[in-house]
Design a protein around this ligand. Structure first.
Ligand SMILES: Nc1ncnc2c1ncn2[C@@H]1O[C@H](COP(=O)(O)OP(=O)(O)OP(=O)(O)O)[C@@H](O)[C@H]1O
Ligand SMILES: [Mg+2]
Length: 361
């Protein structure tokens, strides 16, 4: 592994992160919001945006901590890319403000905001080799050739592509191109790095590997990441906090634990980790499939019929139909579970594993 010397890399001190790279718990308030002003790097205040009369962002509010890894998670079309484009200055909001280090950046040109973006479609310059691609930002800032060469080399080691300087983009695999794109964005030492599904085009194995590399890089450099993904596992693995977005608002902002174990709405419970939604006449609960008990325990009081069994991702999933027509899925590791389709049993769950949620579909 390359051990990277920060002061050598940056030529100036970068803000160090705590050991584990996470925002200390005492800086996280209700709903996971950061409420200590001095640790806030970026603030979105009531950001609104419409396209041709269609409201796309409907008052986004969030404070993002210095060195935080924040993920925007949400269904296609909910406004994630538009949010990043507005932060980057590629799009103007219709209302609201964006503060970087306490100062509004709305009137600043994109290249004068200390923010860089990595898009999903690599967007390397096709006629430049890897070295020129990565060094581009330093070249236009007229840094000396020797410094550019040295820092490009350091970047290539960091993204584990040493010796790739002279390759052209069309001589690289998708994953290698994406690593070059990340190196090219990071070399400019932005305060905030915006990443729009940067691993979206990679196969699963490379994706998992790059997740670890990216997270390690982010911790090491202390750069704030705002990261978009569709992949809830990726969001849970990588983020300090997740902002679940729906129809242009943040429906819940919290640590992966808060979002997974204490979803506030039925939408969040279902979208992140496909929780069961169980409705009684006056309340709605979210219960994870792994917490459904299958007979034999005192909590098992709900008659159910096994409707379907399927196996995926090392887990057996058993779909039950309840007498009132509701469906509940239970999951267990391993393939061997002694229940057949059509069988009747009583299921249930411990009170502590049912989170009461607002029912919003
Ligand atoms: N320039 C534009 N003109 C008109 N409508 C736009 C424009 N850009 C985005 N939209 C619309 O705004 C909505 C949000 O788009 P956005 O790209 O932010 O979604 P997203 O959350 O990034 O989705 P995905 O996960 O599919 O990338 C969509 O309905 C989209 O069609
Ligand atoms: Mg998008």
């Amino acid at each position: 592994m390359v051990v990277f010397n920060l002061t050598q890399f940056s030529g100036k001190e970068l803000t160090a992160l705590p050991e584990n790279g996470r925002i200390p718990r005492n800086l996280v308030g209700i709903g996971g919001r950061i409420n200590t002003v001095s640790d806030t790097i970026l603030e979105l205040k009531k950001i609104k945006k419409s396209f041709g009369g269609n409201t796309v962002l409907n008052g986004l509010d969030i404070s993002i901590g210095r060195g935080e890894f924040l993920t925007l998670l949400g269904a296609s079309g909910c406004g994630k890319t538009t949010t990043l484009r507005i932060i980057a200055g590629l799009e103007q909001p219709d209302g609201g403000d964006i503060l970087l280090d306490g100062e509004s950046i709305l009137s600043k040109e994109p290249n004068r905001r200390n923010v860089n973006t990595v898009f999903q479609n690599y967007a390397l310059f096709p006629n430049m080799n890897v070295e020129k691609n990565i060094g581009y930002g330093l070249k236009i800032r007229k840094r000396p050739k020797e410094e550019i060469r040295r820092r490009v080399k350091e970047m290539l080691e960091m993204v584990q592509l040493p010796g790739f300087e002279k390759r052209m983009p069309d001589e690289l695999s998708g994953g290698q191109r994406q690593r070059v794109a990340i190196a090219r964005a990071v070399i400019n030492q932005p305060q905030v790095l915006l990443l729009d599904e940067p691993l979206g085009a990679l196969d699963l194995k490379l994706r998992r590997q790059m997740q670890l590399e990216l997270k390690r890089l982010q911790k090491k450099l202390g750069i704030t990441f705002i990261y978009i993904t569709h992949d809830q596992e990726e969001a849970i693995n990588m983020s300090d906090r997740i902002a679940v977005m729906r129809n242009g608002v943040f429906e819940q902002i919290g640590t992966p634990n808060e979002i997974y174990d204490h979803p506030e709405t039925s939408y969040v419970a279902d979208f992140v980790g496909n929780a069961n939604i169980y409705r009684t006449p006056d309340k709605t609960y979210a219960i994870r499939s792994e917490n459904i008990l299958l007979g034999g325990e005192p909590e098992c009081m709900i008659p159910a019929v096994v409707e379907e069994k399927s196996f995926a991702g090392g887990q057996l999933r058993i779909l039950f139909a309840l007498e009132d027509g509701q469906k509940i899925t239970a999951s267990r590791y391993g393939i061997d579970y002694d229940l057949n389709t059509g069988e009747r049993i009583a299921i249930g769950w411990k009170e502590a594993s049912a989170a009461e949620v607002i029912d919003n579909g």
